[in-house]
Design a protein around this ligand. Structure first.
Ligand code: ADP
Ligand code: MG
Length: 306
């Protein structure tokens, strides 16, 4: 996942259990790693425009289904087909640069999520061999590609949490590249404390300290992955309508939710939507309950009702 992950199981932390969790992460990495040509996502991307539908695992289907649902509900604010734009900008690579307008114009039509064709597997009760099959995916146009970087870490965190539950782990902290999950209860029953970074000084004192019961806390911020050109800051969350990094006054957006998958996808989505659209949107129709905290570029903090 191109990031650092840490897991703390406290008194339940046996070698065997840590191994089990790492194995599950590696399994997911083999499915979602865009830098591995054998991964499912790479196979789907390589088949773009050929008319071939690629069979995908249940894991892949679980993630893509929610990604497409959120895309539909938010008019593409979250866009799992943003791969060509992410590649063009090259953010977090050694060749990051501001693309020419003509390049952006050429690429935008390749980032329409409605050209991602997903056919979920029908559950055949008898078909044991189908147990892991999630369905088929194809991308209609040559040059299209999926990028699930805004959702996969959340899915992975939830998958680890189900292993914790199955193994009766009492308490744990998971940190998958900033996707935090505080699990169970602290020994002294006090709430977990989770800091929200100060966008102006991400390595310094946190801007806020949240007191949380079991939940996932995920932040999307302009300071996470970015580059500078001609004195201007370009970050990694793209508005696929303009093809450029989102500029709406938001410096970071944090989601607190029982599901890390939803916290992850919503942190990216709400970041793109911006404050006005967020306030008008009826999220309850398609998401689990969640809270958000926005830190604006000028330092103002906007919170959903708590
Ligand atoms: P991070 O993964 O750095 O913690 P996010 O969860 O906000 O941060 O995801 C940002 C990543 O999502 C980008 O690096 C890119 O791969 C992808 N992405 C960028 N813009 C969008 C978008 N509009 N919709 C969906 N994914 C996006
Ligand atoms: Mg996200």
């Amino acid at each position: 996942m191109n990031t650092v992950c840490s897991i703390n199981l406290y008194e339940d932390g046996t070698e065997k259990l840590y191994e089990k969790l790492c194995e599950r992460l590696q399994e997911l990495e083999l499915i979602f790693d865009v830098n591995n040509s054998e991964s499912e996502i790479s196979k789907v991307n390589a088949a773009a425009g050929t008319g071939n539908a690629i069979s995908v695992s249940r894991d892949f289907a679980n993630v893509l289904e929610i990604a497409l649902k959120v895309a539909e509900e938010t008019d593409g604010a979250f866009n799992p087909s943003c791969g060509p734009l992410v590649k063009l900008w090259g953010i977090n690579t050694d060749h990051a640069k501001v693309p020419a307008d003509e390049e952006l114009e050429k690429i935008l039509p390749l980032c329409d999520y409605r050209n991602v064709i997903f056919t979920p597997a029908t559950n055949s009760p008898s078909g044991l061999e189908n147990k892991s099959a999630g369905g088929e995916v194809s991308l209609s146009l040559s040059g299209m590609s999926l990028d699930l970087g805004g959702i996969v870490k959340g899915y992975a965190a939830d998958e680890l949490v189900s292993i914790l539950k199955a193994n009766n782990v009492k308490r744990a902290i998971l940190d998958l590249g900033g996707n935090i999950y505080v699990y169970g209860q602290k020994k002294d029953k006090s709430p977990w404390k989770v800091g929200v970074k100060n966008p102006d000084n991400p390595t310094g004192e946190p801007k806020l300290v949240l007191e949380c019961s079991e939940s996932s806390i995920v932040t999307s911020g302009v300071y996470e992955r970015f580059f500078e050109q001609d004195g201007k800051h370009y970050h990694h969350i793209i508005d696929c309508k303009t093809g450029r990094p989102v500029e709406n006054g938001i410096a970071s957006l944090t989601i607190i939710c029982g599901s890390s998958l939803w916290a992850d996808v919503l942190s990216t989505t709400l970041f793109v939507m911006g404050e006005e659209k967020i306030e008008k949107m009826d999220f309850e129709r398609f998401t689990p309950e969640f809270e958000y905290i926005i830190i604006m570029n000028d330092g103002e903090i906007i919170r959903s009702r708590f």
